[in-house]
Design a protein around this ligand. Structure first.
Ligand SMILES: NC(=O)c1ccc[n+]([C@@H]2O[C@H](COP(=O)([O-])OP(=O)(O)OC[C@H]3O[C@@H](n4cnc5c(N)ncnc54)[C@H](O)[C@@H]3O)[C@@H](O)[C@H]2O)c1
Length: 344
């Protein structure tokens, strides 16, 4: 039976991955320090849903001894543990650097100690492309659009120059480069996903990170939402189940894909601006009131992934459209809140 280490396994993407692998009959080791507020609920849910084959290590990915223990008998590694908010990285760049870059190098070194290092998939970010130099955008109604037709049609590819705007961009971008370099220098099987906006159940969205979930939660609570900037920022959104399909495909084909970075998101067919998401939420119930704040450091006006490198290599394509995914998340939030209020 295969065993998978999921670092950050109590987090949003980690919980979904652990749940999927356990449901498929595999063994999972979750390593998480539970530093993200709310993720202990994910861990309790995982434990209750999968009483067998789940091992939990509560600890810090920066601690080599903890990582070494978690790696025992492991066949593949999904490395999600991270400080995930740009805003937090701006107020505490040292802590951000420690977890995101230090933690990743610690994990790489512990993998390198092993005779036959298991494959590693690392979750990088679109923020490694910073302000997307050279991509001009124009305002069109309630969204920004690139002036260049090719960018409008296909999105932003891996040939976009790296430009680490914000400490978070630097720490994740540095880790992204280390993970690729360990494939090159040491021949270790590693793959990098540079991800845009992922959303879905078990996301503890807040004002700093996880905006789709945050907007829906605020709407359900009847609270206003602050839009930093003018709300016309556009992102491609990817429902977490589609991401898990891509990740499992990447792991299955790691021998061909090793040493590569792939832009990963919903692509040009799955884009929304913040204002458009509010309309979508309005269609599901009440559109929240909006306040506006100043633009944030490193915020891109337009970022949409060109996923063709990954799709061409593997045949993967997302299946869940934004309207459907947002409705699914709305339904999950409503039912999990109802269950929590009944239990209390
Ligand atoms: N969700 C997205 O839209 C998105 C987009 C781009 C990249 N990413 C990347 O994907 C990964 C997973 O993101 P997520 O949305 O699931 O975030 P998340 O915050 O829900 O999960 C991260 C988990 O890591 C844990 N963690 C933090 N510091 C740790 C440490 N020092 N040691 C051990 N565990 C630690 C947290 O407690 C949390 O459970 C992150 O690396 C993030 O940078 C996410």
């Amino acid at each position: 039976m295969r065993t998978t280490l999921v670092t950050g396994g109590a987090g949003f993407i980690g919980t979904n991955m652990a749940d999927r692998l356990l449901s498929q009959g595999e063994r999972v080791v979750v390593l998480d320090d539970l530093s993200r507020i709310g993720v202990e609920n994910n861990l309790s849910w995982l434990r209750a849903t999968h009483p067998d084959r789940l091992q939990v290590e509560v600890g810090d990915v920066q601690d080599a001894a903890v990582v070494r223990r978690a790696l025992q008998g492991v066949d593949q590694v999904f490395h999600f543990a991270a400080q995930v908010a740009v805003t937090t990285s701006v107020t505490d760049p040292v802590a951000d650097y420690g977890v995101n870059l230090g933690g990743t190098v610690t994990l790489l070194e512990e993998l390198r100690r092993l005779d036959d290092a298991p494959p590693l998939l690392f979750t990088s970010t679109n923020k490694v492309y910073g302000k997307c130099k050279g991509i001009e955008v124009v305002e069109r109604g309630d969204r920004y659009e690139p002036s260049d037709e090719a960018v409008r049609t296909y999105g932003i590819g891996e040939d976009q120059p790296l430009q680490f705007a914000s400490p978070y961009g630097c720490s994740k971008g540095g880790a992204d480069q280390y993970v690729l370099d360990y494939a090159d220098t040491y021949g270790m099987p590693t793959v990098v996903f540079r991800m845009s906006c992922i959303y879905g159940p078990h996301q503890c969205g807040n004002e700093d990170q996880g905006w789709v979930a945050h907007f829906l939660m605020q709407a359900l609570d009847g609270n206003p939402i602050t839009l930093y900037g003018d709300g016309r920022q556009v992102r491609d959104v990817l429902f977490v189940d589609d991401l898990l399909d891509a990740m499992q495909t990447a792991m299955d084909r790691v021998d061909e894909l090793s040493g590569s970075a792939f832009n990963m998101g919903g692509g040009p067919d799955s884009t929304v601006s913040l204002l458009q998401l509010l309309d979508m939420i309005g269609d599901l119930g009440a559109r929240p009131d909006v306040e506006f704040g100043p633009w944030r450091v490193g915020d891109q006006r337009y970022y949409v992934s060109d996923t063709r490198r990954f799709s061409d290599a593997t045949g993967w394509a997302p299946k869940i459209a934004p309207e459907q995914g947002v409705a699914l998340l709305h339904e999950w939030l409503t039912s999990s809140r109802l269950a929590a209020s009944r239990a209390s």
